[in-house]
Design a protein around this ligand. Structure first.
Ligand code: ATP
Length: 230
């Protein structure tokens, strides 16, 4: 389980995260939802250790994460990071090697993942020649190459059509089922309401909800009944 405790962060005296706490359970898909500018990317960068918090802490299974103890995270950043004009497999092999895999080990793992995503026949294609949905799957492949113990994905569903959304969510759900905490951000609450097991809602740098999707649906249903007067 990944936990944030009372994390705050300001930029130039401007508070962006205000004392946020939430949990990302292992074995479940957690959606992190909020409008543009709510603080999702800032939170993920703090979890990844790419940005420091002004106060508060992040722990994994009770152990505080510091620069030295953030070992095996998979991260898909908002700005992505793969090169459009380079062949898919070359980039994945290179990244796998950066994560310590051998060249042949990285190629084998990349081809296995691409096959799972139905993309093995596109391995030699330039990334830009793939549809947006397939490019997103390649970006997720890059985050999964080294079999991370925690998976953090910034807007993996953005721009996907409904079929690609289903495919992506089942890939992430399978990965979470190994017991891994999986956190991904989105600004589409309606989409996530049906996809996730656990939902964290952030607004203006404050956590509005941190609950299981079932609890949230029950709350919404009772609100709906109340609004109908029954
Ligand atoms: P989006 O989906 O638009 O990326 P977000 O929820 O991920 O939204 P953040 O990117 O975390 O939001 O940004 C939250 C706020 O923090 C925004 O007002 C943004 O302008 C500000 N911010 C983020 N990074 C910096 C920075 N390095 N310097 C100054 N302000 C920043």
């Amino acid at each position: 389980m990944l936990e944030l405790y009372h994390v705050s962060r300001s930029f130039a005296q401007n508070p962006v995260l205000n004392d946020i706490s939430f949990t990302v359970p292992g074995g479940a898909l957690t959606g992190f939802v909020g409008a543009n500018g709510a603080g999702k990317t800032t939170t993920m960068r703090i979890i990844m250790g790419l940005l420091s918090a002004d106060s508060g802490s992040v722990t994994l299974n009770g152990q505080p994460l510091t620069g030295a103890t953030r070992p095996n995270f998979g991260y898909m950043p908002e700005e992505r990071g793969l090169y459009p004009k380079q062949p898919v497999i070359d980039q994945l092999v290179y990244l796998g090697q950066l994560h310590g895999l051998s060249r042949s080990g990285a190629r084998k793992r990349a081809m296995e993942l691409l096959a799972r995503f139905g993309l093995d026949d596109r391995a030699k294609s330039k990334l830009e020649s793939l549809s947006l949905g397939n490019q997103q799957r390649v970006q997720v492949t890059a985050a999964l190459l080294h079999e991370p113990d925690v998976l953090i994905l910034d807007e993996p569903f953005s721009g996907l059509d409904p079929i690609a959304v289903d495919a992506m969510s089942s890939i992430l759900r399978d990965y979470a089922a190994r017991g891994v905490p999986v956190l991904f951000s989105s600004h589409q609450l309606d989409l996530l309401d049906v996809l996730v097991d656990h939902l964290v809602i952030i607004q203006d740098g404050r956590i509005l909800a941190d609950s299981s999707a079932d609890e949230l649906r029950a709350t919404q249903a009772s609100r709906h009944r109340l609004s109908l007067g029954s």
